[in-house]
Design a protein around this ligand. Structure first.
Ligand code: 5AD
Ligand code: SF4
Ligand code: FES
Length: 342
């Protein structure tokens, strides 16, 4: 957004409609805001997809409970810890533990894993394991959890209800407020182009991120998975994929001091270059896959996911090279939120 303008829905819609010279200006402004607020460092965070067991049935997701074709796995605590240890001394200063919304681990088991990673490696710890009660978030925070990722997926309550049976947007937002109340650095975000999403919804999604005052915001294109109820649908911007990058740029302008990752789904849509382009229009985080190779092919939320056969070392080096090739620096230190909270 350009000087003096308010952060309104109309402004977001206007920016999302940019074409030609205006579009170049939008991208340039987003990159300037990123540089001004977040600097040139790109933080690398290693993600461990430690279980693909999920009790939910989100209509878009390849590992939904109803997909019987998925071979289910859960890493045990030792294997998770060993994988986390392997990040020590690399460019990755945060471990992100992600799984389905699974009852496979108790709160205490996960708490112990957090405590040990935190105590024994000094890495920052992010969890992403779905909607949980406030007490659980508080408990994990006491164990040493620094951050939590929980996308709201869409700001349209009706679309949310339809695509995530058995849950409501209101409950999801409650979790986000609980995380903040528990003192956890909170990340959220949404998918771009869910079937039924309009530009109005996209603008609302961006505005909701701003209202939530998030520490991190991860967004990525919706990619239809053949073995899901949305398998025959298309991304709402299938004919206009530039919208994915416009969304990132507007998101950055509306959220100047939030961490914005270049999410993996961008590389699924634009192989080898999607994530680079995100880093050029507002992104400042790269999250290479750190899941042990033998599990990678079983964590397919969407088809075309990259890095299924590349080891953690290869992905990390790939990330380093991509970041440096665009003249940016590798982030050092914990990579916490830059927002000051009282
Ligand atoms: N396409 C793109 N992103 C997806 N996710 C789940 N399924 C898909 C899909 N088909 C995203 C959701 C979820 C995150 C872990 O992955 O936003 O929160
Ligand atoms: Fe489970 Fe998350 Fe997939 Fe929904 S999006 S089915 S909660 S893993
Ligand atoms: Fe995995 Fe490039 S990030 S190969």
């Amino acid at each position: 957004m350009f000087t003096g303008e308010a952060y309104t829905k109309d402004a977001a819609l206007r920016l999302l409609a940019s074409e030609g010279e205006d579009l170049l200006r939008l991208y340039q402004r987003a990159d300037e805001v990123r540089k001004e607020k977040m600097g040139d460092e790109v933080f690398i965070r290693g993600i461990i997809e430690f279980s693909n067991i999920c009790a939910r049935n989100c209509h878009y997701c390849g590992i939904r409970a109803g997909n019987k074709g998925v071979s289910r796995y859960a890493m045990d605590a030792d294997e998770i810890l060993e994988t986390a240890y392997s990040m020590v001394g690399t460019e990755k200063t945060t471990v992100v533990l992600q799984s389905g919304e699974t009852p496979a681990f108790t709160d205490e088991e996960l708490g112990e894993i957090i405590r040990r990673i935190k105590g024994e490696t000094g890495l920052s710890v992010t969890l992403s394991v779905g909607s949980r009660p406030l007490e659980t978030y508080r408990y994990w925070h006491d164990c040493g959890m620094d951050r939590y990722l929980l996308r709201f997926e869409t700001s349209d309550p009706e679309l949310f209800r339809r695509l995530r049976p058995g849950s409501t947007l209101e409950e999801r937002l409650r979790c986000l407020y609980d995380l903040k109340a528990a003192g956890v650095q909170t990340g959220s975000g949404f998918m771009i182009g869910l079937p039924g999403e309009t530009l109005q919804v996209l603008a609302d999604n961006i505005l909701l991120c701003r209202t939530l005052d998030l520490d991190m915001i991860g967004i990525g294109p919706f990619i239809p998975h053949p073995d899901t109820p949305l398998g025959d649908e298309k991304n709402a911007y299938d004919d206009n994929r530039e919208m994915f990058f416009k969304a990132i740029a507007v998101l950055r302008i509306f959220n100047p001091d939030a961490h914005i990752p270049a999410t993996t789904a961008f590389d699924a849509v634009f192989p080898d270059e999607g994530r680079n382009r995100v880093l050029k229009v507002g992104g400042n985080i790269f999250m290479p896959n750190n899941t042990p190779l033998k599990y990678r092919k079983d964590y397919l939320l969407y088809p075309g996911k990259p890095c299924i056969t590349e080891s953690a070392e290869v992905c990390t080096q790939c990330a380093v090279m991509r970041i440096q090739a665009m003249g940016r620096k590798i982030g050092t230190g914990p990579g916490h939120s830059i927002k000051k909270r009282t």
